[in-house]
Ligand binder design. Structure first.
Ligand SMILES: [Zn+2]
Length: 253
């Protein structure tokens, strides 16, 4: 039986760029981490997580070095030239070949960015807090590629069908809109929920809008809901104690 263990980015970039999100399928972890959990900080047996990481790494070039993050829902970006211990940040970029930039998610939005010529890559852990505090804009501003040569793929995140937030979250995003011309589009990212004072938020649409506002126009992906698809994805909001998917991007030498 073949299982869909990776979902590959669909975008028009150099074939030297590899980007994918893992699913929860095909690993060795037991419930509630079943089965392909790649995170060490969620309470899973560390030996099983290590086995899952080895399973993944064996499928790819042995020349790859892997850089992980300790994610804190902030807006800091690290520029990486060599793999080392996990760094505290929510976004990572590199121009070095064979260096895999990793973020872990279970509902938050993974944003993959590539220089279309294959010279530079980045990946971002973007929950609503990171989005609101500018993690996407910070990452793009640290990249040396001109904005017109950047492409973005939005990996699997919780969809607007399931991501309910309080009115204060909507207020934060509306207050941060820099040009009044974007206000109606930002308002459209929040649909009134059946619960009084709550909204169903569209992380994909928010990310697209904020990318558009800084001039990034080649954006693909955003077709999944991690909460809806229990078979394929971990979802923190659905399950609480659960595993994490890996979102990885690298330049092949
Ligand atoms: Zn959903």
């Amino acid at each position: 039986m073949t299982v869909e263990q990776k979902i590959f980015a669909e975008w028009l970039v150099s074939p030297s760029i590899h980007a994918f999100s893992t699913t929860r399928l095909g690993g060795v972890s037991e419930p509630p981490y079943a089965s392909f959990n790649l995170a060490t900080h969620v309470g899973d047996d560390p030996h099983r997580v290590a086995s899952n990481r080895v399973l993944l790494q064996q499928q790819l070039s042995q020349k790859l070095e892997w850089q992980w993050l300790d994610q804190v829902h902030g807006s800091d970006v690290v520029v990486v030239n060599k793999a080392g211990p996990a760094l505290t940040a929510d976004a990572m970029l590199t121009t070095r070949a064979n260096l895999v930039c990793c973020v872990q998610t279970a509902d938050c939005l993974p944003v993959f960015i590539a220089a279309m010529d294959g010279s530079e890559v980045a990946v971002i852990h973007a929950g609503w807090k990171g989005l609101a505090s500018g993690v996407i804009e910070n990452t793009v501003s640290r990249m040396s590629t001109s904005i017109s040569n950047l492409a973005v793929w939005l990996g699997p995140a919780i969809g607007p069908c399931h991501f309910e937030v309080g009115g204060e979250v909507r207020d934060d995003f509306l207050a941060a809109v820099e040009s009044s011309s974007f206000v109606p589009a930002m308002e459209a990212c929040f649909i009134s929920s059946k619960n009084e004072g709550k909204f169903m938020a569209d992380l994909y649409a928010i990310a697209r809008l904020r990318l558009s506002a800084i001039g990034v126009d080649k954006i693909s992906g955003g077709d999944y809901c991690t909460h809806c698809d229990d078979d394929k994805f971990f979802s923190y909001r659905r399950d609480g104690v659960t595993g994490r998917m890996l979102n990885a991007i690298y330049i092949e030498a």
